[in-house]
Ligand binder design. Structure first.
Ligand SMILES: Cc1ncc(COP(=O)(O)O)c(C=O)c1O
Length: 342
C-alpha cells in the first residue's frame, strides 16, 4: 500500500526517523535510566520497540495505559504517574499486575490517594512531589509524613517522583540546567525523608539535564521522557537531535483563489500548543474538519496528500486509532493506538 492510499486524516510515522529517535535516546539514557512515558504514543507495539532496546520500566498516565501494557505483555515495572481516586480502576490494575507478575506502582500525593490504592489492593506506591509545576504532587516537606502514612496502610513505598513540566521548554540551556538542579534538590530532599530505591523525573525537554545515580547530590534513577519518539513542532524547536517522525496526513479537498483546504482539522489535532505546521506553507487557521493554508512556493492539486506537523504530539495521538508506518512512501505496518481512553 502506498502512503497516498491511506484514508485521511491519518497519523503517519516515518519508520526510519522513529528508529533513529529510539536509538538516539537509548544511547543517551540506556536501560533502566529511561522510563519511557507511554502517554506520548499510547501504542503497545511502539512500547515493545522501546522494551526491545532494553527499557523494561515504563511510565503511564492512566489506569487504561497500565492495563493495556499488562495485557500486551510489555514492560516489567509500570509506574502510574498520576493521582487516581477511582478504586474500581485501580483494582483492575492490581489484579492484572498480580496475575501477570508485573510490578505496578501508583503515585500518591494525599491521604485520599493512599486510601484508594490501599482499598484497591495496590502493593507499591511512590510519593509524587511538587517540584515547581502547579499540578499533582505534595510539598517536599510533607512527603516523608505521607510515606509514613502509606506504610501504616501496609503499602510498600518505592521512592519519589516529581515532574518538572514547567521547565521542559526553557530554551536557554544554562538557565534550564540551573532550574532543573534546583527542582532536583527539592526532589532529593523529599527522597531523604521518604526512602526507597526510585527517584523518577524528567521529560524530553530536560532529559539531557539530569544526572543518573543517587550518589550525585541531585542525581535521579530514571527519566520519564515520552515525546522524543515522535517529536512535535514545539519540541523540535529545542533542537535536541530528535526528528519529527509523526505527521498527520491529509488530503487537499479544496482550492479557491490562493487558499488550499485539507481534511486535517481540530478533531485530528491537539491544539493546546498552537497551530500545526505544513512545510513551505502558511497555515491560516484550523476548524473542526479543516486546515486552511497557502503557499508561495508550492502548488497542490485536489486529492494530493499533505503532511501536517502537530504542535503537540500527545493529545494529537489520542484522537487517532492507528499509527501508519511508512518507509520510502510505502506503508510497512499499521499499529493500533490501543492505550487510548481512561
Ligand atoms: C508525569 C510526567 N512525566 C513525564 C512527562 C514527559 O513527557 P514528554 O517527554 O512528552 O515531555 C510528562 C508529560 O506531560 C508527565 O506528565
Amino acid at each position: 500500500m502506498k502512503i497516498d492510499e491511506i484514508p485521511t486524516p491519518a497519523a503517519v510515522i516515518d519508520a526510519a526517523a522513529l528508529n533513529r529517535n529510539l536509538q538516539t535516546m537509548s544511547e543517551r539514557l540506556p536501560g533502566s535510566s529511561l522510563r519511557p512515558h507511554v502517554k506520548a504514543h499510547k501504542c503497545t507495539a511502539l512500547a515493545a520497540q522501546q522494551a526491545a532496546l532494553g527499557h523494561l520500566a515504563f511510565t503511564c498516565a492512566t489506569p487504561r495505559e497500565v492495563l493495556g501494557m499488562i495485557e500486551a505483555g510489555v514492560g516489567q515495572d509500570l509506574l502510574l504517574a498520576n493521582a487516581v481516586l477511582d478504586v474500581d480502576r485501580l483494582k483492575q490494575v492490581a489484579r492484572a499486575a498480580e496475575a501477570a507478575g508485573v510490578i505496578a506502582r501508583v503515585a500518591v500525593d494525599s491521604p485520599e490517594t493512599i486510601d484508594a490504592a490501599h482499598r484497591a489492593g495496590i502493593r507499591d506506591v511512590i510519593i509524587d512531589v511538587d517540584v515547581g509545576m502547579p499540578r499533582c504532587g505534595i510539598a517536599p516537606t510533607e512527603a516523608g509524613r505521607l510515606a509514613d502514612l502509606a506504610r501504616q496502610h501496609g503499602l510498600a513505598v518505592s521512592g519519589v517522583m516529581g515532574y518538572e513540566g514547567h521547565l521542559q521548554m526553557v530554551t536557554d540551556r544554562d538557565e534550564a540546567r540551573e532550574r532543573v538542579t534546583t527542582a532536583m534538590k527539592l526532589l532529593r530532599s523529599a527522597h531523604d525523608d521518604v526512602g526507597g530505591d526510585i527517584v523518577s523525573t524528567g521529560g524530553t525537554g530536560t532529559h539531557d539535564l539530569h544526572t543518573i545515580g543517587l550518589e550525585h547530590p541531585t542525581g535521579v534513577t530514571d527519566v520519564q521522557a515520552g515525546s522524543y519518539v515522535m517529536v512535535d513542532t514545539q519540541y523540535a524547536s529545542l533542537q535536541q537531535g530528535f526528528e519529527q517522525a509523526l505527521t498527520i496526513v491529509g488530503t487537499v479537498i479544496a482550492h479557491h483563489e490562493q487558499r488550499y483546504v485539507t481534511d486535517v482539522g481540530l478533531k485530528a489535532l491537539g491544539m493546546d500548543h498552537g497551530d500545526p505546521a505544513i512545510d513551505s506553507c502558511k497555515v491560516w487557521f484550523c476548524s473542526d474538519e479543516h486546515t486552511t493554508f497557502s503557499s508561495s512556493e508550492q502548488t497542490f492539486h485536489l486529492g494530493e496528500r499533505v503532511h501536517v506537523r502537530p504542535a503537540h504530539v500527545d493529545p494529537t495521538i489520542a484522537r487517532h486509532e492507528y499509527l501508519w508506518l511508512v518507509e520510502d512512501g510505502e506503508v510497512v505496518d499499521r499499529w493500533a493506538i490501543d492505550l487510548r481512553h481512561w
